[in-house]
Each structure stands twice: as C-alpha cells, then as structure tokens.
Design a protein around this ligand. Structure first.
Ligand code: 13P
Length: 251
C-alpha cells in the first residue's frame, strides 16, 4: 500500500518557543500514529528544538528548503547535512513561493532533489500551475514541464524515495481549495507521467500530496480520491486542532 502523509508547512511563522508548543500539542493528539505519516516543517531556527520535542513520537520533521552545495561562502544558506543533523528526515523543495519569490527553476529544484536524496532526506517536490496557466488550458503542459525538469534523471530507486506535492498556485493561501475532482485529475495525470517514465508498479508506490487551502472540513473529500495520498498543509497547520483534524480525516 502507498504511504499516506500529512505534512504541515509552517512557512515563516513561529518562534522557537511557539514552534515547540505547537509541535507538542500535535504530538499529544497524534504522536503515536504510524499511518498516516505526520510531518511538521518549521522554520530553520526551530528545527532542532522541534525535533527534540518530538523525539519520542512517530512525528517526523522537515525543512522548507535547503541549499544544494555541501558548504561554502553562501551567506544565509543552509546545507542538506545541516538540515539532516537538525533532526529532519524530510525537506520541501520547489515550493511555488520559492519558485516565484526566490526565482527557483526546475533545474535548481532538480539539483537540490538529488542532493537531498544523496544525504538521505526525503524530498517533497512541489509542482502546480497558476490560474492564468489553467485558464489558458496549459495545466497539463506546465505540470509535465515541472515534473520533467525537477525530477530529471532520477532512477526508479530514487523516485521511490521522493514525495510529490501538487499545489495549484491559485489555491495556496486563498481559501479556494481545488475540488476533489480537480485535484484527482491532476494527481492521476502525474501518476501517468510516473508510469510512462518508470513503470506502473513504481508509479503506484509514490505518494502524491495535495496542497492549497486544505482544512479539517475539506480534507476527507480530497482523501477519498484514489490518487490523493495526503496533504501539504499551510495555514491550517499553524493550529494544532485544525491540523489534527486533517490528520484524523486520513485515518
Ligand atoms: P495553504 O494551506 O495556506 O493554502 O498553503 C498551502 C501550501 O503552500 C503548503 O505548502
């Protein structure tokens, strides 16, 4: 059976004290759950303390980004090994905010993905179209380009260690969630791309998460779809009860 994952992307929210309190509150409710896998992604500054707070639980910690080089004169950047040794097992890569606000390209996302895999992190690689692209009928083309570019050259063994997140840009932080049917259509399309590049057995193993205005009240409808294997949650992951409601919708 495919892995099911609920990941919270805390973006640039929560000081160390706030982050630890939120992680502890989530742990209290779903800390012993093995299925689905629960992942929280605090800002870099809180990774170590949150990892420590979650040490005796099943909840995993992820970073929201990382640099692709091992070390060097890259002021303000953080390496894969730094992320790993802060207690992370996951890293979000190619989030649309990174692509739009920090000019990250598919090629850069690809280099970062390979680096994450090389150090033993599970990359959550994000793809998703803008509203203009969707309205212009270019959705599939955009997804295919991001898929091909960001995941270029990965072996079947490597792709099995990748999680893909479909996050339509128009649904992120807008309250306008994709309908289960809209999301499922793209998830099925992505699984088809995986089947074409690898084979059906490999494609079936890969978790594809949906992200964009997921809440406790709309999660179950999304999770009922065959190709939706969990969620990458932004705003709703900042409140323990709302995030826990999303996790419970998957059980
Ligand atoms: P929201 O859940 O706030 O729409 O954010 C989604 C997201 O960007 C998760 O990475």
């Amino acid at each position: 059976m495919r892995r099911k994952i609920i990941a919270g992307n805390w973006k640039m929210h929560k000081t160390i004290v706030e982050a630890t309190a939120l992680a502890s509150a989530v742990k209290k409710e779903v800390g012993t759950l093995e299925h689905p896998s629960v992942v929280v992604c605090p800002p870099y500054t809180a990774l170590t303390e949150v990892s420590m707070a979650l040490k005796d639980s099943e909840i995993q910690v992820g970073a929201q980004n990382m640099h692709q080089e091992d070390s060097g004169a890259f002021t303000g950047e953080v390496s894969a090994e730094m992320v790993l040794t802060s207690g992370c097992s996951y890293v979000i890569l190619g989030h649309s905010e990174r692509r739009t606000l920090f000019s990250e390209t598919d090629q850069l996302v690809n280099v970062k993905t390979r680096k994450a895999l090389a150090v033993g992190l599970t990359p959550i690689v994000c793809v998703g179209e803008t509203l203009a692209q969707r309205q212009a009928g270019r959705m599939e083309q955009v997804i295919e380009e991001q898929f091909n570019g960001s995941l270029e050259g990965l072996s079947a063994d490597e792709i099995r260690r990748v999680v893909i997140a479909y996050e339509p840009v128009w649904a992120i932080g807008t309250g306008q969630v994709a309908t289960p049917e809209q999301a499922e259509e793209v998830h099925r399309y992505i699984r088809g791309l995986l089947t074409r590049r690898y084979d059906q057995a490999t494609a079936e193993e890969i978790a594809i998460l949906y992200g964009g205005s997921v809440k406790g009240s709309n999660a179950a409808g999304l999770f009922a779809k065959e190709n939706i294997d969990g969620a990458l949650v932004g705003g709703a992951s900042l409140k323990a009860d709302e995030f826990v409601a999303i996790v419970r919708a998957m059980i």
